[in-house]
Design a protein around this ligand. Sequence first.
Ligand code: MG
Length: 390
Amino acid sequence: MVTPSSLPSLLPPFAAIVVAAGKGLRVGGETPKQFRMLRGKPLVRWSVEALSHAGADLLVVVIAPDAEAEAATALAGIAGLQLVTGGATRQDSVRAGLEALAMFAPERVLIHDAARPDLPRDVIARLLAALDNVRGAIPALPVVDSIAIADAAERMAGKAARETLRRVQTPQAFRFADILAAHRSWRGAPDAGDDAQVLMASGGSVTLIQGDERLRKITFAEDFADMSAAPAFRIGQGYDVHRLEAGEELWLGGVLIPHDKGLAGHSDADVALHAITDAVLGAVGEGDIGTHFPPSDPQWRGARSGRFLEHAVSLARAAGYAIANVDLTLICEAPKIGPHRPAMRAEVARLMAVGEDAVSIKATTTEKLGFTGRGEGIAAQAIVLVTRAS
Ligand code: MG
């Protein structure tokens, strides 16, 4: 089977045109969407860099007539790039890009929309490989939803068989001479369709190759918000120590454990829950347990630490994250943790509102070394992964 990693690392030479001439106002705001920031870069820069890194030796970005300064800033430092002024329609803009490349007569060209920032290298490789045998190749995906045909009043007028339908993406790949000739001879409406249709109108055939969901197009403001939001994963760690003293209750992981000593502290001193709470707060950059529950505040005297953890989880949720998993290590000579692990695991899962399979509780001694080895205290460390809630 051909997997992405087994594709040859060297692609055949190709030219690329990125169309970034639209007004892109459906996303809202003053700046056309191709120049708006997405994950720290202007939108258009993502796909131009992807094409450059994949080895495009001629790279044209087609822009609106008044966008030169914006485009130069957005694409600063990318070698071998040519900015070309586009026309009133997408067809005109692609034609302008092709004409700018004509004097170099490249063999293959990829034509891409700037609104699709995530351009996997294996899609580029599949398209270029297909051009060995055909004049045009485009990425396409199956339709998984059923399809309704709507009338003008937005009533269902019929159904279409989704088995024969495909969602078409860009980049679209062509033998350069064929797509240039097809555009030059195009007599259809200026905004009639994509480059594959232009090639077909001139008698060329177009092969569908496997597309990629990552190539999704940014169209609406909410797409932009989704894709520019905080990272999909964040991670946090927490560490805590409390003293063991006679006459105290021993709370660990939200469970009362019979033992000749207990942990001393302002709250119930549950070192396990404190470490997990700090890990959750750390994952979402919300300070530490002392920020939210200062020991100087009398209302937390003797408080059950489960409240701290529940609060931290609610802050993570408010920041748009769900708990993926937690891994806790308790460090002590005694008591033995094993017999209490199932109860602690169940309680931590309940407090964090996750399944028990998302909670790991481990324990170790320090071979009688140090304060934990001498039984003076218990230490705990925790790590928590959070994922962006969709
Ligand atoms: Mg503590």
